[in-house]
Design a protein around this ligand. Sequence first.
Ligand code: SIN
Length: 525
Amino acid sequence: MHPVDFLVVGGGVAGLRAAIGLAASGRVLVLTKAEPAESNTGYAQGGIAAAFGDDDTPALHAADTVRAGDGLCDESAVAVLVEEGPPDVRELLAWGARFDLGADGRPALGREAAHSVRRVLHAGDATGREIGRVLWERVSGLATAETIDHVLATEIIVEDGRARGLRYFDAAGASHEVRAGATLLATGGAGRVFRETTNPAVATGDGIALAIHAGARVADLEFVQFHPTALNLAGAPRFLISEALRGEGARLVNGRGDAFMLRRHPDGDLAPRDVVARGIVRESEETGAPVFLTLAHLDAGYVRARFPTIAAMCAQVGLDLARDPIPVGPAAHYMMGGVDTDEWGRTSLPGLFAAGEVACTGVHGANRLASNSLLEGLVFGARAAVAMQQPARGAALKADRIIADGSSLIAPAVDGGDDRPDAIRHQPSALDSEAVRDVMWRNAGLFRSREGLTDAVHALDGAGAAAPPATADEWRQHNLRTVAYAIARAALRREESRGGHFRADFPRRDDARWQVHIVDARGDA
Ligand code: SIN
């Protein structure tokens, strides 16, 4: 493969927006893992948050984002998000994004949990698909951009302390190398590290594994958001039942039909996601019955017209969204942590950039505000494109981050008698991907404890010790175990509860010890 100026790994909103920004300055290669539309972007239902309303301002959006982030948002990254968000969304509209409009012809704004005003622009309940459509159309028209799909990225090429491109397998299983002046990881999320997830099959955290193996810093990996309302029906996929439904008045009820969330939080059904997710599990345990979302009190025609995708998915499993109680439960949804970057997408490794869900700017803190993810991809994808055209340099470590015990991130210490949480005993892992997902869901999911996390870490800790992978399938398993291990270990280390990270053995937030982003790095990145 000929060298390119810019390599973009991932075909979601962050990668595509970056490709558009880069195309005037050189040759761009976009690598995607599956079909072009198959990314977390394409599955985003609720919408894209931006301060468009007359009652809204970027400052109010920032305040909601910071409150949801539970004391851990990087406020400079938040300022970038909320201030650059509205102009970037306007640009998307100018490029042809068809969002739903209100009677005044302006974008209609939806409501979601923890937003103090209506702020969510949407295209029915398939907003991500619409944004992906607009961006793909634009990328397809760029003379300097090329796309290769069905690619499995395996290794960043690192030479003389900087990233020089990537190794990957193509759809036929042949391995390739492409050299690039600047490489962007826009590989999306890692929900598939858990058994129950709203994410598509491609969301296995590849970018995090690539960065770890290349020696780049990763941060905040313990912070995984579990969405409260995935479909919870035996044998059916855990597809997302958007929070926007609750924004429009849908209610969570227990098996007896009682609305229970107000008993658990003053904001009721629109409490923060982590609170609702745990509330559902506890209610279900206490009543011995599943929890349901009901829209039966709303106008059925409106429900079907406003949420056609979700209604169609429900119909496929024999449920009428507008009339039937819909069984729901939590599932892994979004990764707040990721590859540590500055506000321009620079990682600690010169020449390597990251944007979107794979990155950790700190913008979401410990818990992402609903519908800030598409916005993040748009804003930080555009910014990464700017930085990728500048001379390569690594991002400095921000003042609110501490480096933790990085040497054992991949190959854990062999240690006999020490029972500190960080002292991990080595047992080569033979877990296949399904077993990894089971272990992570059971032990590193919604409710965590030292005991469960230690079990998970022990089960996974051969991830770095196994023989180097050779085939695409071995790489897939290797990378999944690497990401799972890194998440479990980060969760074991943080002995408090904050945002998406809930430790049953440390149920309180502890700012004195833990109001800090924890960064792992292999080597001296
Ligand atoms: C949803 O529609 O509930 C999910 C949107 C998001 O994760 O922000």
